[in-house]
Design a protein around this ligand. Sequence first.
Ligand SMILES: Nc1nc2c(c(=O)[nH]1)N[C@H]1C(S)=C(S)[C@@H](COP(=O)(O)O)O[C@H]1N2
Ligand SMILES: [Mo]
Length: 323
Amino acid sequence: MAHIIKRKDWAIGESQATPEDVFFNRRQIVKGLGMAGLGLATAVALRPGRGFAAEDPTADLYPAERNEAYMIDREITPEDVNLTYNNFYEFGSHKQIWKAAQALRTSPWDIEIDGLVEQPMTIGFEDLVRKIPLEERLYRHRCVEAWSMTVPWTGFALADLVALAKPLSSAKYVRFETFLDPQVATGQKQRWYPWPYVEGVTIEEAGNDLAFLVTGAYGKPLAKQLGAPIRLALPWKYGFKSIKSIKRISFTDTRPVSFWEEVGPAEYGFWANVNPGVPHARWSQKQERVLHTGLYVQTQMFNGYGEQVAHLYKDMKGEKLFM
Ligand SMILES: Nc1nc2c(c(=O)[nH]1)N[C@H]1C(S)=C(S)[C@@H](COP(=O)(O)O)O[C@H]1N2
Ligand SMILES: [Mo]
């Protein structure tokens, strides 16, 4: 009953997908028209930066210093592209959710830290973000749908949060949960999805340097459509692991079943490491469409981060590591 839908809206063939090249060409045309005489109002209405309130209570923390250890050989995806092409099913099962996402109230925002920890706690996001120094990192992001982008994220290592939480030695996994509020996030009225969105990693993965809790992007507090006020970035895994708008972080000895794994276990697994050699059940993962550029590039093993993470998986047998 819960899983009548076996096919995600975004799980359509590349050729049927709304090509955002067309979308952006359209934007270019509109911009061109604006310059040709539609006037300033049009140009202003099209300007990016949507989703960030100047009065954000954490605005003083940005921009944070860039950590040069996390650089990248690709161009940064323009901010307006990132802000208008999103996966955030809570607000709709298509890419144009940025407006709908503005309904999310992100302040105050309490986060539960519970499960196998010395002392369960509730911490306000604005307290948390001031406890740990922020830094900027340039990360690749590879969606399982075979598109990619490059983002200047701001945040702190997930390992720092783990240290703050003081897990017991019996904790083997970290489970993350997004908010649940169907009144605000109308996608959550779609009962066939197993809301709230859940994701998880092993304690070892959580301790890896690359695992990053994101509180900002493009030198500003995180826009709502990007998962404000706090989300994950796990750049060696498919994008669906990078859960947005986290409300609860639980330490557990049981492997969490993530949202997409529950929706389609034949297509989406717990590990979801990027691997061009293992096709999705319905499409190839060999290449990726780099947002905005019109380019297709070869996808790299672990999304190019193998040096940092391959050791985490080298002794694992019988696990579906790449779906
Ligand atoms: N809560 C929640 N987190 C989510 C999703 C979602 O639908 N809901 N989509 C995931 C997917 S499939 C991707 S590719 C990224 C997209 O992040 P972006 O919109 O910042 O590009 O968010 C991930 N995190
Ligand atoms: Mo994705």
